[in-house]
Design a protein around this ligand. Structure first.
Ligand SMILES: NC(=O)c1ccc[n+]([C@@H]2O[C@H](COP(=O)([O-])OP(=O)(O)OC[C@H]3O[C@@H](n4cnc5c(N)ncnc54)[C@H](OP(=O)(O)O)[C@@H]3O)[C@@H](O)[C@H]2O)c1
Length: 325
């Protein structure tokens, strides 16, 4: 097998494509032949030693992937050789094979392409947990999505629309705004050329969005919160814009009777596995019904991983990047 090895977490340049012995699966594991893997924001941080999880060295990055089960570890009974699965295990995906923990594998129904499957779990689980569980989004409400053309952002647009909400998508350029419209957004705001607060006011007749989905943080967090509707819910999803976490004056939630709501899908999945499994089933059903579908910017061969990293680092991806073997 081959894999991208991170022996020195100083950044993408230090990654090396290396041949390795194909490992044998242990108890609770399967050997997977990887067909597709997608890039998530934590993949960018983990190879720079900037992510909260710091795997022992050397490790193979690649949080999310899909492929075919080739061998079963001892006492594995829930998966079969030849079965197609998607997995989000945090590492291991940027290679030709990996040992996947069976507890984290999602068996794929017939007709679920590997490229969609590799770009599915992280973004849709995060956005569904955020909008439906944490914000209790209702049909007819208005959602503002920041960083709306990114991975979790495009999933948030689709999920909010599937729930019957109105979506205002905000992004940094016109191409990204156009993509958000194609994905289903009702209105868009280009927050580089337009004033965010004025546009929110104009698009909501002064009322403000009921829910704000924020995976970006940075300088727009406070102005966005100031624009939220009465009883609004502001979803703190991530801080793609900067390593500095934004702060908020505590009078702002008081003035709007609004809530600042934390979203941590990974811990939700660990702490509430049954609720997470039910949610994943609902998402698979929405996928089968055509209500959601990963937005894939481009598909690159696995050996072009460094180019994929460069595109994401330069804020140049619309939806998801997928690497294939
Ligand atoms: N809480 C959770 O459970 C959870 C789960 C998954 C992901 N996340 C977090 O959500 C965030 C987004 O993840 P993602 O996979 O959707 O990433 P992504 O596809 O790269 O999207 C991030 C978006 O943030 C915007 N952005 C603004 N400033 C940026 C900068 N300096 N660098 C990069 N992007 C910048 C970009 O949109 P514009 O150019 O339009 O501004 C970009 O499209 C990350 O912080 C990630 O860690 C959280």
């Amino acid at each position: 097998m081959h894999a991208w090895l991170c022996s020195n977490p100083t950044g993408v340049d230090a990654l090396e494509w290396k041949e390795q012995p194909t490992p044998q699966p242990g108890p609770g594991q399967v050997l997977l032949e990887i067909k597709a893997a997608s890039l998530n924001f934590p993949d960018l941080l983990i190879v720079q030693n900037k992510y909260q999880m710091k795997p022992p060295l050397p490790f193979v990055p690649g949080s999310e992937y899909a492929g075919v089960v080739k061998a079963l570890g001892e006492s594995v009974t829930n998966l079969k050789v030849g079965q197609h699965v998607a997995c989000l295990s945090g590492t291991g995906g940027f290679g030709t094979h990996t040992l996947a923990p069976t507890a984290l594998c999602m068996p794929l129904p017939n007709g679920f392409p590997f490229e969609d499957a590799a770009a599915f779990i992280m973004t849709y689980a995060t956005s569904h947990h955020a909008l439906i569980d944490r914000a209790a989004l209702k049909a007819g409400e208005t959602v503002l999505v920041l960083g709306a053309a990114g991975g979790v952002g495009t999933a948030a647009i689709q999920i909010a629309k599937a729930q019957g909400a109105r979506v205002i998508a905000a992004a940094s350029n016109d191409e990204k705004c156009a993509l958000c419209k194609q994905v289903g957004a009702d209105d868009t705001i280009n927050y580089t050329t337009q004033d965010l607060r004025e546009q929110i006011k104009a698009l909501t007749q002064g009322k403000g969005p009921d829910v704000i989905y924020d995976p970006v943080g940075g300088d727009f967090a406070e102005p966005a919160f100031r624009s939220i509707a009465w009883r609004g819910r502001y979803l703190v999803v991530g801080f793609a814009a900067s390593p500095t976490v934004p702060t908020l004056p505590m009078n702002l939630p008081l003035l709007k009777g609004a809530s600042l709501v934390g979203v941590f899908w990974g811990d939700f999945a660990r702490r509430e596995p049954q609720a997470n499994a039910t949610m994943m089933q609902a998402l698979a059903q929405w996928y089968a019904q055509g209500r959601i579908k990963p937005v894939i910017d481009r598909v690159l061969p696995m050996h072009e991983l460094k180019q994929a990293y460069a595109l994401m680092g330069a804020r140049n991806v619309k939806g998801k990047l997928v690497l294939v073997n």
